[in-house]
Design a protein around this ligand. Structure first.
Ligand code: ADP
Ligand code: MG
Ligand code: MG
Length: 210
């Protein structure tokens, strides 16, 4: 089963709803080790994404993701806006002009998104950023895609499960990138807000695909 532009739009709308629902939680995570704006930043961005999708429904999955990317880049300040914007832009590029996303396209898009965040932010696994959720998610998606009878929902569920574990791993890490890195050792014991939002977005996509 593949996912067309409408299905992609539904997944993005589901993600926007989850961001709105978890806005306060993301703010509190960022308050502990940052500047308490991650939930506001993302919610502002995804609210604008909903308006953009309503204004002119894009015709391909790649066009949906490109709308998400350009909207997040223009509306979300801070570190996360350009990083998520880059992720969605690279994912859009990986899909090309296809009318539907299949498993191979999905895995390629996830991989491209990860590489985009790494290129832009220069963080690696273990630096206590969104990479700690996204990198294991992409690996889990690639492994799940090779399983007999794999479908898009199974691949995204594997990715979301891995992202949850990756998010949890950030509690014990010393942040080496972004605002939280200013705290150094004092940030140990606090989970990373961007890793949390990445895990939430992937869970929303997985639920939308079921
Ligand atoms: P800001 O820190 O500018 O206020 P946000 O609060 O919206 O931005 O986002 C913070 C999140 O961005 C962090 O929790 C972390 O996951 C992510 N982040 C920050 N810098 C980087 C980076 N260089 N690479 C990857 N992710 C990063
Ligand atoms: Mg912040
Ligand atoms: Mg900020």
């Amino acid at each position: 089963m593949a996912c067309d532009a409408n299905g992609t739009g539904r997944a993005i709308r589901a993600a926007a709803a989850v961001v709105a629902e978890h806005r306060a939680e993301l703010v509190e995570l960022d308050r502990a080790i940052g500047d308490a704006d991650h939930g506001e930043n993302l919610n502002r961005g995804f609210t604008a994404v909903l308006s953009a999708l309503d204004a002119g429904p894009p015709e391909t999955p790649a066009a949906v993701l490109k709308t998400v990317a350009t909207t997040l880049i223009s509306k979300v300040g801070g570190a996360a806006g350009p990083l998520y914007g880059t992720a969605f832009l690279r994912a859009s590029g990986a899909l090309g002009s296809a009318s539907e996303v299949d498993i191979d396209g999905l895995v390629a898009a996830l991989r491209a998104g990860l590489e985009g965040v790494k290129a832009r932010g220069k963080a690696e696994v273990g630096d206590a950023t969104m990479i700690d959720a996204l990198a294991p998610a992409v690996e889990a998606a690639e492994a799940a895609a090779k399983q007999e009878g794999a479908d898009i929902a199974a691949v995204l569920t594997a990715a979301a499960d891995a992202a949850d574990r990756g998010y949890e791993s950030t509690v014990d890490l010393v942040p080496r990138k972004g605002r939280a890195s200013y705290l150094g050792e004092r940030a140990v014991g606090h989970a990373d807000p961007g890793a949390r939002s990445t895990a939430l977005l992937l869970r929303a996509f997985a639920e939308a695909a079921r």
